[in-house]
Design a protein around this ligand. Sequence first.
Ligand code: SF4
Length: 383
Amino acid sequence: MKYVSEFRDGSLARKLASAIAKEARSDRVYHLMEFCGGHTHAIFRYGVQDLVPENVNFVHGPGCPVCVLPVRRLDDAIELALHHDVILCTYGDMMRVPGTKQKSLIKAKAEGADIRMVYSTQDVLKIARENRGREVVFFAIGFETTTPPTAVALLQAKAEGLTNFSVFCNHVLTPPAITHIVRAPVEPGETPVRIDGFLGPSHVSSIIGSEPYEPAARDFRKPVVIAGFEPLDVMQSTLMLIRQINEGRHEVENQYTRVVTREGNRKAQDIVASVLELRREFEWRGLGTVPESALKIREGFSEFDAEKRFTISAKQSREVKSCECPAVLRGVKKPTDCKLFGTTCTPENPVGACMVSSEGACAAYWTYGRKRAAGAVPRGAAA
Ligand code: SF4
């Protein structure tokens, strides 16, 4: 498949592996954070970690939109669905994420809430057109990649006068999160995570471009390489980062030139800016409150803002205490440091969001069978 198979070529992977081994200095460790869960999954799925020297350490970042959503916002969505007689629509990954007391949207659906899984915002608009007598709320989550379709849906709803449609907006932004991470948010007693450089987001960057990472790279002296999601993309980006670190450079480089430009997709950016604006701050699971790191609906579209349309008052929200998702998302702990990994917590019975999401680090460790707890066997695998 064009643009896929050539980036999974085994002989090229071996060449890149030997180039990395040659350039990685043996007298130091390279701590490279892959921001996106998509990169974490590529690293585990294709065994990239085994193709690089042991002193190249991939630190998993918070780039999983489902994982970083704080439990309070999920509880709010469950409350909306259960107590406001709405049709709540959301993407599939959200359905099984446990909220307070392990309540999820799928459990709320089993209790009678009208919750529907959608593939696009166009599906939500269709549901709203077909159910004009009911309120239809889109539970919108995601980084900059999924924001433009939400903005387009808001514009379409306004143009059509679709008065029963609204959005519970939880879109978050990548560059402020990277800045926040390099400022090293740690909990009391935690050792700050060491990061020498970032494998930067690929799909997100197709929208925002590579330019927004430049201040963090410059101010914190951390190189960033925008990396595609195929294994050779990740390996080449790793090599580019190691070169920058060896040469004392801290620039934003773009490995994913087949998709990403410095300025990004201006049309998509303009559409988003016409409908959504910065929140003063937003709470992230794991990172805490991050200034100017999320978007809300502009005043001119407030009739479509579910937070203004409904009084949402979810009870006291609580994370599962023994779930290490917050520390995993900060890169401070690996999934296998969690006592529940592979025992109480598996994809079939997830305790935390990082095990549910297709981009979660715990799901990556489990799915690709790496460092699985002894004796625990995933569904479908030979015992
Ligand atoms: Fe949370 Fe499960 Fe991951 Fe542990 S293994 S950090 S409980 S999601």
